[in-house]
Design a protein around this ligand. Structure first.
Ligand code: G6P
Length: 604
């Protein structure tokens, strides 16, 4: 969702804020704004609709903003259209409080009515403006900023990460509930961000604010408090990355750069948890006792959900334990039944997705042990789960995930093998054959990617396609779910993933001349069946194309190198990711920042 940045120190804040916002723009990009406190203590606000470039142009044209303290925001609209009036920062009616906010205040209407009754008027449709006025009203009643924020935290429902400038105070105040916020420490300067990559090039030392915490940040440091205003400790992390992964490095888009990084992401994830040829999660405390769960429930959203579906197929096959995959947004509200010994696996790149976090908390509250398969270190899911199982994809910037999805698949294979091993379902020789197959995956993925040109040519020829079906069975179906989502996300093409056997039960009526049908055929037990379904679509005017091993391929289809079938998703998804990217590019779209999307969905 929205991206928040802040800076306080001796340097000019504006270029630092804009630099951080550029790195966080993947969190939202329908409007942007900054607020800077000048040497005279006055706070100037500049906002612009659309992408960050518009704000940068406006900042350049306007009077120079010189101060060394400010906050910035890239918006993904929740309340109110993406207009300039609705863009952040928002100021309170009398200008005493300036706020940037990520999240949703669920009871803002009630809060607004109470403020209206006190004479407040509002310039925007946002919930955030209400927060600014609420705080101002308390200041006028004589409360200190911290006490006012504390009162806000006890009044507001929903989620928020807030960075706040108070008139007459030289510091930046923060509050966090269910939306991430980190504070980076420099030499005589401090950085604030929704996410570490914003300032990774400037510091390695970050404090991850805990839930229901407040902070006051000066150039020298940050003081953290609980919601009552009692001093609190805050988890400190030292990042090892150099921030280079957050740069395009000559690639036209992050998406294609990150697809290229997928083999490395898989390799690093495998090496993190393979010890002496066996999956080993003892480092995170996930020992045999927990892996021998009677049942596993995987919860996730979006692509992470699709990775979980692959995990389900692989884990059931290898460990012979029932695995259920559920959309986190459904799981959290449906009073789920969990057995005593159920292991709940939450899968999330960001570790901040609101629904996935809520599902994780629900599972914990019901007594289940929880694993978080998560890419961002120190994220909420990583901290709250019993066992944080890290994918090692590095920072992912393109909104549509590719390499993090690939790494999630790898983590799923490891977990499945770990469960099978813990249950004694695999002989030593079977286990080592599987791990060898896993370790061979990155090179095979490279070989698939080296043929990107084939996909580009195909994409060029089909860039104007209107409707696409992707069909497969088992793991192939799970890959179709992801391939279809990619094409929707970055190329805006209507695409449906169908379990091949289901097509006849309705959707085949949509097949006509010009519809492209992609068959994924890597599972030998069912490939011939999907092949027949593909023929049925051809007979009705569909244009069929395949992603398969040599024996099942359609002429002109994409051929994959041989691989253990259980791990085929890691290869078959690549041409689909490339296809989505190249169609998007052909259509002249910004594949890194598709319309209406955000990378980190911190509201439900
Ligand atoms: C958003 C992103 C998707 C992602 C999903 C889940 O919708 O655009 O790419 O798959 O959230 O995110 P997570 O961080 O939990 O994996």
């Amino acid at each position: 969702m929205c991206g928040i940045v802040g800076y306080i120190g001796k340097k000019r804040a504006v270029p630092i804020l804009l630099e951080g916002m550029r790195k966080l723009e993947y969190r939202g990009y329908d409007s942007a704004g900054i607020a800077v406190r000048g040497a005279d203590g006055n706070i100037a606000v500049v906002k612009a609709c659309g992408k960050l470039a518009n704000l940068e142009a406006r900042v350049e044209q306007g009077a120079p903003l010189e101060g060394g303290c400010g906050v910035g925001h890239t918006r993904w609209a929740t309340h109110g259209e993406p207009t300039e009036a609705n863009a952040h920062p928002h100021r309170s009616m009398r200008g005493a409080v300036t706020v940037v906010h990520n999240g949703i205040l669920e009871n803002y209407r009630e809060m607004r009515e109470e403020l209206r009754a006190k004479g407040y008027t509002f310039l925007s449709d946002t919930d955030t403006e209400v927060a600014a006025d609420f705080l101002e009203d308390l200041l006028l009643q004589g409360l200190s900023p911290l006490r006012a924020i504390s009162r806000f935290m006890h009044t507001a429902r929903g989620s928020y990460a807030l960075a706040i400038l108070f008139e007459g105070h030289g510091t930046i105040f923060l509050a966090r509930k269910d939306s991430p916020l980190v504070v980076g420490k420099g030499e005589g300067e401090m950085f604030i961000a929704s996410d570490v990559p914003a300032f990774l090039s400037r510091t390695k030392e970050f404090y991850c604010m805990g839930n229901m915490q407040m902070a006051e940040v000066s150039a020298e440091g940050a003081a953290f408090y609980d919601a009552e205003g009692v001093p609190a400790s805050c988890e400190r992390i030292l990042e090892t990355g150099d921030g280079a992964a957050a740069e395009k490095e000559g690639f036209e888009h992050f998406m294609i750069k990150e697809i290229g990084e997928e083999p490395r992401a898989v390799e690093n994830t495998l090496h993190a948890y393979l010890k002496d040829g066996k999956p080993d999660f003892s480092e995170i405390g996930l020992t045999g006792e927990f892996l021998r769960a009677d049942e596993v429930v995987a919860v996730a959203c979006g692509s992470a959900y699709h990775a979980a579906v692959v995990f389900q197929y692989v884990a059931e096959k290898l460990a012979r334990v029932p695995v259920r995959t559920e959309l986190a947004s459904e799981f959290r509200y449906r009073d789920p039944i969990l057995k005593k010994n159920t292991l709940v696996v939450a899968v999330s790149q960001s570790g901040e997705t609101a629904d996935t976090l809520a599902a994780l908390r629900e599972a914990k509250a019901r007594g289940a042990k929880t694993v978080a398969v998560v890419n961002v270190r120190g994220s909420s899911a990583a901290r709250e789960a019993d066992f944080p199982l890290y994918t090692c994809a590095g920072p992912e910037i393109a909104v549509a995930t590719t390499k993090a999805y690939g790494a999630q698949l790898a983590a799923g294979y490891l977990l499945a093998l770990g469960m099978a091993h813990a249950w004694g379902r695999l002989s030593d020789s079977e286990l080592s054959r599987y791990t060898e197959e896993l370790l061979a995956l990155p090179a095979k993925m490279e070989s698939v990617l080296s043929r990107a040109e084939e996909v580009r040519t195909f994409a060029k020829a089909h860039a104007s396609v209107r409707d696409v079906f992707m069909i497969g069975r088992g793991i192939d179906y799970a890959v179709c779910l992801e391939g279809a989502l990619k094409l929707k996300e970055v190329a805006y093409v209507h695409t449906e993933a169908y379990a091949a056997g289901e097509l006849k039960h309705g959707a085949i009526s949509l097949i006509e001349n010009g519809v492209l049908v992609v068959g994924v055929l890597t599972q030998s037990g069912v490939a011939a069946k999907t092949r027949s379904n593909l023929e049925e679509t051809k007979a009705r005017g569909g244009k069929a194309v395949t992603v398969s091993f040599a024996e099942e391929g359609e002429e002109g289809g994409f051929l994959l190198p041989p691989v253990e079938e259980l791990f085929a998703a890691s290869l078959s998804v690549l041409p689909l990711q490339l296809f989505a990217y190249y169609v998007g590019v052909e259509r002249g779209l910004d594949t890194d920042k598709p319309r209406n999307l955000a990378k980190s969905v911190t509201v439900e």
